[in-house]
Design a protein around this ligand. Sequence first.
Ligand SMILES: Cc1ncc(COP(=O)(O)O)c(C=O)c1O
Length: 360
Amino acid sequence: MLNGHGGNIYELSQRLGCAPSDIIDMSSNVNPLPPLTGLVEFIIKNIHAIAALPQVDARSAVLAFAARYNINAEHVIAGNGTTQFICAIPQALETKKALILGPTYAGYADACNMHNVPYDYLMTEESLDFQPNIDVLIEQISDHDTVFICNPNNPTGTLMLKADLERLCRFHPDTHFVIDESYLPFVNDSERLSMFKSGFPNVLILNSMSKIFRIPGLRIGFLIAPGQTIEKFRPFLLPWNVNSMAQTAVDYLMKHTDEADAFIDKTILLLENQRKYMAEAFEDVDGIKLFPSKTSFVLAKLDENITANILCNHLAADRILIRNCSNFRGLSEYFIRISLKTTDINRMLADKIINFLHSI
Ligand SMILES: Cc1ncc(COP(=O)(O)O)c(C=O)c1O
């Protein structure tokens, strides 16, 4: 069971005696914009679908996704969020030993632990703003048969270039590379940067609908891999793993491409402006350093006068939740992650943090 993740508005609201909706959640990395209005209306209109079982293997959703991105449908499966695939990877790939490029999302290590599969971490360096060094990575993959790479990475916000990833996958043809692209749609020109159509036999791509379309409650994600690899996952899928409303959402999103693309473009522009705003707001502030990010969240480090715990508790009292990153392997008790929201909320958060740092 995943513990200590972002987005735990339930625990905080219980502690404060308020409703979960009263919490400003800047700990969960979803799109700052509300879900598409047309999508919400479509789901409401189709709510009667819950009276019947959904397609057992979400076949229509798979076909719609494959058609939308012009890929072979035999190279795609749909799951209960990408989490379902992450949890199944060590078992489906019969991983002997994994390598995780960290600091990163704990789900990969949790999946290895779940199946008693040993793993190593290769940590990127704080002095390099956590940007991965591809030569070091190539060198460190020795007896590892599965490598987890989150791109862009959660929580560091770093992006690896496609050419570098291709070099890596070419260099180690017998190693499976799991590239988690959950946050890639937040990056400009993401289809060009994606490994989705790379055609490498040893690459598996995770594509989440949760983050970009702000529908984490629906639980829908895709795995894209060569047909042979996809077949290895089928025995581990539960029947009806994608619920009716999630399948309805995919149907809408894959067919209303102009609306979905416009939503993504609007999101990217908003995030670009908000990253710039936050970088400027904290530029000359003592006691906090923001790391450059390419996506929907920003990693920051506090100086030694104040821990993430102290700051998070201070903000929590005002019903604001940010991510305390002290439980990320490779980070310390001084790291926080801020999921960007709209201008007024980001400004309010920046003011609160700056005032608090000044008061110490
Ligand atoms: C990097 C990364 N991958 C995958 C997931 C799981 O997302 P989902 O199961 O909703 O697709 C998360 C959730 O926070 C994440 O941060």
